[in-house]
Design a protein around this ligand. Structure first.
Ligand SMILES: Cc1cc2nc3c(=O)[nH]c(=O)nc-3n(C[C@H](O)[C@H](O)[C@H](O)COP(=O)(O)O)c2cc1C
Length: 165
C-alpha cells in the first residue's frame, strides 16, 4: 500500500483528533495535513487519500476546505483512491447532518471512492451525505456519540485498509 495522505479541516479540533486516530490505526503508511496550511502540490502527490471535514453554517463545507477545494479541479482527483470522513452534530443540525462532506464527494467523482458506510446507528432527518441509500463515507458525531467514535474508526479503517492502491 502506498502512503495515504489524510487531509482535514477543523475549527475546534474534533476532526483533527479524529484524523490523528485514523492515522494511528493506519500505521506507518499515513501522513496528516491541515488544509488551512496545505498546497495543491501536497495533495496531488498522493495516490491514496482520506479527506475529512466538519460541517458549519447551515450545511456548509468548513471554511478552510472551501478555500482549498477551489484551488483543485475534478481532474486532480482522477485515478486516485479516496475515502471520506464527515463530522457533524445530528441532534442540533438534524436536517443538515454532515452535509459538508457531500461537497467533497461531489468533487472527487473521478476517483475510486472507497469506505462508504451503512446508515445505521444515527438519528437525523436529512443529510446530503446520504446518497442512493448509503453514506458517502464515515460519519462521526463528537457532540452526541463520541462514545462510538473509536469503535467506528477501528471498524472502518480495517475495512478500507486493504482497498488502497
Ligand atoms: C455554527 C455551527 C454550525 C454548525 N452546522 C452544522 C451543520 O449544519 N451540520 C452538522 O452536522 N453539524 C454542524 N455543526 C457541528 C460541527 O460540525 C461539529 O461540532 C463538529 O464536531 C466540529 O468539528 P471541528 O471541531 O473539527 O471543527 C455546526 C457547528 C457550529 C458551531
Amino acid at each position: 500500500m502506498s502512503t495515504v495522505g489524510i487531509f482535514y479541516g477543523s475549527d475546534s479540533s474534533n476532526t483533527q483528533s479524529i484524523c490523528e486516530k485514523v492515522a494511528k490505526e493506519l500505521g506507518d503508511g499515513a501522513k496528516l495535513f491541515d488544509v488551512a496550511k496545505a498546497s495543491k502540490d501536497d495533495i496531488t502527490g498522493f495516490i491514496n487519500l482520506i479527506l475529512a471535514t466538519p460541517t458549519y453554517g447551515a450545511g456548509d463545507l468548513q471554511d478552510d476546505w472551501d478555500s482549498f477545494l477551489s484551488t483543485l479541479s475534478e481532474e486532480d482527483f482522477a485515478g486516485k483512491t479516496i475515502a471520506l470522513i464527515g463530522v457533524g452534530d445530528q441532534d442540533t443540525y438534524a436536517d443538515t447532518f454532515c452535509d459538508g462532506v457531500s461537497y467533497l464527494y461531489e468533487k472527487v467523482q473521478q476517483a475510486k471512492i472507497i469506505g462508504r458506510t451503512e446508515n445505521k446507528g444515527y438519528d437525523f432527518d436529512e443529510s446530503r451525505a446520504l446518497v442512493d441509500g448509503k453514506l458517502v463515507g464515515l460519519l462521526l458525531d463528537e457532540d452526541n456519540q463520541s462514545d462510538l467514535t473509536d469503535q467506528r474508526i477501528s471498524k472502518w479503517v480495517a475495512e478500507i485498509k486493504g482497498q488502497f492502491a
